[in-house]
Design a protein around this ligand. Structure first.
Ligand SMILES: C[S@@+](CC[C@H](N)C(=O)[O-])C[C@H]1O[C@@H](n2cnc3c(N)ncnc32)[C@H](O)[C@@H]1O
Length: 221
């Protein structure tokens, strides 16, 4: 039987159980009947990655997103994935066994850290909503410290919306499957927060009837 794991943030659902972490990609595809695969391909295309980009993927999971991003990179580009879980390390490293442009660090992103280098792009996908707001700010500070001047930040996560204005089915799914912190994530003005962290918001794209947003910004130099 899979061991239980103590959570850093008990209300969070992004700290996955060993079982869910091991089967994360398959479970997502199954529950969305393949819709997730189409969506994430499009969202990564919308990132506008340039061939020489160095990318920091915070809470990178299995490396599925990194593999999609890799298609846009040339020989000088690279991706560094950070994740807490050993199951993610195993899957990421297996996926990129023969790829020297991808690197994984088993690293908590919710506490200050220093990787000793700066990146062109930071990507954080379905991670921020799972933390308390104070911790989200620590993560934004980590990102700011690891971006080159003019570097880009892309947040792929829930859009801002009022749950009460959504259909009963959406409300039921959100309340049943999402973690408590996600309920306040959707209420914050993320453009204003990013501006306060010295980012200039550059664009937004929406998916799944505006439930999901890709918010892109640039660190002011
Ligand atoms: C919902 S999954 C998203 C994974 C990936 N970004 C994606 O879009 O497929 C959240 C990820 O955040 C990681 N995570 C949760 N808490 C973390 C922490 N404190 N530090 C680093 N990674 C964390 C989990 O291990 C998991 O891989």
């Amino acid at each position: 039987m899979a061991a239980r794991r103590e959570k850093l943030y008990p209300a969070s659902k992004i700290e996955l159980s060993p079982f869910v972490a091991r089967h994360y990609d398959r479970l997502l595809d199954l529950f969305t009947l393949g819709g997730y695969a189409r969506f994430i391909r499009k969202a990564i295309e919308d990132l506008g990655i340039e061939p020489g980009d160095s990318i920091l993927d915070l809470g990178c999971g299995t490396g599925r997103n990194a593999a999609l991003m890799m298609k846009y990179l040339g020989p000088a580009g690279k991706i560094t994935g950070l994740d807490l879980l050993p199951e993610m390390k195993e899957q990421f490293e297996k996926r990129f066994r023969e790829e020297r442009r991808a690197l994984f660090h088993q690293q908590r992103i919710d506490i200050p850290f220093d990787l000793g280098e700066k990146y062109d792009v930071a990507f954080v996908s379905f991670v921020l909503h799972g933390f308390p707001q104070q911790t989200r700010e620590v993560i934004l500070e980590n990102i700011r410290r690891h971006l080159k001047p003019g570097g880009r930040l892309a947040i792929l996560d829930y859009d801002e919306f009022r749950l009460s204005e959504r259909s009963w089915l959406f409300r039921w799914i959100f309340r049943t499957f999402e973690c408590r912190p996600a309920l306040d994530f959707i209420e914050y003005d993320w453009k204003e927060i990013l501006e306060n962290f010295s980012f200039r918001v550059e664009g937004e794209k929406f998916y799944f009837r505006e439930a999901i947003r890709l918010l892109t910004s640039r660190l002011k130099s």
